[in-house]
Design a protein around this ligand. Structure first.
Ligand code: KIV
Length: 266
């Protein structure tokens, strides 16, 4: 299998091949998904929610993103690794945005960065791409804007909102992004944006018309304890399996059944 790159991802849209994307934050799960041949691994700031247990992605820091990106990069010789710019790492000034994007590449080893926003972030996307750092855009339900949206709600319903998202998509592409995440938007609008875009769209809760799909790895493995959104498909329910393994270990240690000779030294 060949290493995935920005040109090979762009070629997938041109050839009509669907792009597979999963989030990852650590070495062991990344080894598995890289071995399976996933095209892009996103070190998402969702790490703050699914790994660190925060209620939102807002507390995630640059240091945390760099740490997780390094772990993922060491485990992914084949996939393209994209890392999220966390809240407050790119909104204050273009200088900070450029420095933080550079840190994810230089210190984390990412091959591209992702940031949330449309027209309001176009100049920032342009500034980062001018440093030859590829940028993935992200519009629609953008979790860093939770307080403005008043919750995790579908975006782009109604003509005015739809027009705004189409304009956002155009602005992100014109600013030089190589791909665009469409999150939590109605299927027909995602289809319209995808048809108009020259860059691949990656959907999450945006229906089947996108050029690719992304999901959070903890969601597809059934590792999230709390509510899971309608767009998530749980491919396996690991919580009861892990619970059973932990309970058996606890029972065997308490009863003296573990360790046996087999797990001991002479
Ligand atoms: O942070 C994240 O994991 C994301 C994806 C869900 C698109 O932004």
């Amino acid at each position: 299998m060949k290493k995935k790159s920005i040109p090979s991802i762009l070629a997938m849209k041109a050839d009509g091949r669907r792009i597979t994307v999963l989030t990852s934050y650590d070495y062991p799960l990344t080894r598995i998904m890289d071995g399976c041949g996933v095209d892009i691994i996103l070190v998402g700031d969702s790490v703050g929610v699914v790994v660190a247990g925060h209620a939102t992605t807002l507390p995630v820091t640059m240091e945390e993103m760099i740490y997780h990106t390094r772990s993922v990069v060491r485990a992914a010789p084949l996939a393209l690794v994209v890392a999220d710019l966390p809240f407050l790492s790119y909104q204050v000034s273009q200088e900070e945005a450029r420095r933080n994007a550079g840190r994810l590449v230089k210190e984390g080893g990412a091959e591209a960065v992702k940031l949330e926003g449309g027209i309001n972030c176009a100049a920032t996307i342009r500034a980062i791409t001018l440093m030859d750092i590829p940028v993935m855009g992200h519009i629609g339900l953008t979790p860093q804007s939770i307080h403005r949206m008043g919750g995790y709600k579908v975006q782009g319903r109604g003509d005015e909102q739809a027009r705004r998202l189409l304009a956002d998509a155009r602005a992100v592409e014109e600013a030089g992004a190589f791909a665009l995440v469409l999150e939590g938007i109605p299927t027909p609008l995602a289809g319209e944006i995808t048809a108009a875009a020259g860059i691949p769209t990656i959907g999450i809760g945006a229906g089947p018309c996108c050029d690719g799909q992304v999901l959070v790895i903890h969601d597809i493995l059934g590792l999230c304890e709390k509510y899971s959104p309608k767009f998530v498909k749980k491919y396996v329910d690991l919580r009861p399996i892990i619970t059973d393994a932990v309970n058996r270990y606890l029972d065997e240690v308490r009863s003296g059944e573990f360790p046996t000779e087999e797990h001991s030294f002479r």
